[in-house]
Design a protein around this ligand. Structure first.
Ligand SMILES: Nc1ncnc2c1ncn2[C@@H]1O[C@H](COP(=O)(O)OP(=O)(O)OP(=O)(O)O)[C@@H](O)[C@H]1O
Length: 258
C-alpha cells in the first residue's frame, strides 16, 4: 500500500503478559476510507491489539502511526484528538438520560474550555441541532426521547457508535459491534456501518460474526498467536491456506463461513 493511502500503520507491535506474547511482532495497515476487519481464533490477541491502538494498553515494542504521526506513547485523549476513536462498551451511555441528551452531552464534551459542560449542553440549542443530526445518522431518529437504558441491546450499540461519532473520528475502532445481537439487530448495525463507510469514514473492527465481516470488509487481517499471518481482500483471505488451517476445528461457524 502506498504510504499516503495508509491512515493507520501498526508496525512490529509486541505486548507480553509474563511469558506470553499476546501481540507478537504484529504489523498491518488500514487504508483511508476502507473497512478493515481483524479476525482470528479465540485468544489470538485481537482485543489486546485494539487496546494498544486505542491507547488503553502500552505496547512493549513497535509503533502505532496514525496519519503520519507516531502515537505509540500518546495518551488516549491525544489519539481521540487526532481522530483515532474507539466505540466503547455500554458503560459509556448515561442510562437515565434520553437518547438525545446522551448525544448532546457527548458533543458538548468535545468542546474545550467548558467546566460545566453537562449543564450548558442541556441548554444549548446548537448542540441539540447537531445531536438531532447525529441521531438520524445512526438510525435512531424515532427514539430521541427514550430513556437510553430502556433501549434494546442493538439500539444501545447504535447509540454507542453515535457517542463515538460525536468525537468526529477519522478512524473508528469497533470491538465486536455485533456481539450479542439477533439477526435483525445485526442487519441494522451492518447497514449503519455501510452508511458510515459511504460517508468516507475509515473503520477498523474486530468481529466474530463472519457473515457480517465478509459483507462489510474491504480487507481483512488475520491474527494467530499474536501475529498477523495475512492481510488481504475477503476473497484472498477465504482461500488463504494458513488462515483456513488456523481455524480448523477451532470455530465451526467460522470454518463454515470460510
Ligand atoms: N491482562 C492480561 N493478562 C494476562 N494475559 C492476558 C491479558 N489479556 C489477555 N491475555 C491473554 O492474551 C491472549 C490474547 O487475548 P485477547 O483477549 O487479546 O484475544 P482475543 O483474540 O481478543 O480473544 P477472543 O476472541 O476470545 O476475545 C490470551 O491468551 C489471553 O489469555
Amino acid at each position: 500500500m502506498a504510504e499516503s493511502q495508509a491512515l493507520l500503520r501498526v508496525q512490529h507491535l509486541v505486548k507480553r503478559f509474563g511469558a506470553l506474547a499476546a501481540t507478537d511482532d504484529a504489523s498491518f495497515e488500514v487504508a483511508r476510507g476502507e473497512v478493515h476487519a481483524l479476525i482470528g481464533p479465540n485468544g489470538a490477541g485481537k482485543t489486546t491489539l485494539i487496546h494498544q491502538i486505542s491507547g488503553a494498553l502500552a505496547p512493549d515494542a513497535g509503533q502505532i502511526v496514525f496519519d503520519g504521526q507516531d502515537l505509540t506513547r500518546q495518551p488516549m485523549a491525544r489519539r481521540v484528538q487526532a481522530g483515532l476513536v474507539r466505540s466503547y462498551q455500554i458503560t459509556s451511555i448515561f442510562k437515565r438520560f434520553s437518547v438525545l441528551d446522551n448525544l448532546a452531552l457527548a458533543l458538548q464534551a468535545r468542546r474545550p474550555g467548558r467546566p460545566s459542560w453537562w449543564r450548558s449542553a442541556l441548554r444549548d440549542e446548537a448542540v441539540y441541532a447537531q445531536a438531532q443530526a447525529l441521531l438520524a445518522r445512526i438510525g435512531l431518529a424515532s427514539q430521541a426521547d427514550r430513556v437510553a437504558g430502556s433501549l434494546a441491546h442493538g439500539e444501545q450499540r447504535q447509540l454507542e457508535v453515535g457517542l463515538a461519532l460525536a468525537a468526529q473520528p477519522r478512524l473508528l475502532l469497533l470491538d465486536e459491534p455485533m456481539a450479542g445481537m439477533g439477526p435483525d439487530e445485526s442487519e441494522r448495525m451492518v447497514a449503519l456501518l455501510h452508511s458510515l463507510k459511504a460517508e468516507g469514514l475509515t473503520l477498523l473492527l474486530v468481529e466474530h460474526d463472519m457473515d457480517a465481516v465478509f459483507r462489510l470488509a474491504d480487507r481483512i487481517s488475520t491474527l494467530v498467536f499474536g501475529r498477523v499471518i495475512a492481510s488481504d481482500t475477503p476473497q484472498a483471505i477465504r482461500e488463504h491456506p494458513e488462515v483456513r488451517k488456523a481455524y480448523l476445528g477451532e470455530d465451526e461457524e467460522l470454518e463454515a463461513a470460510l
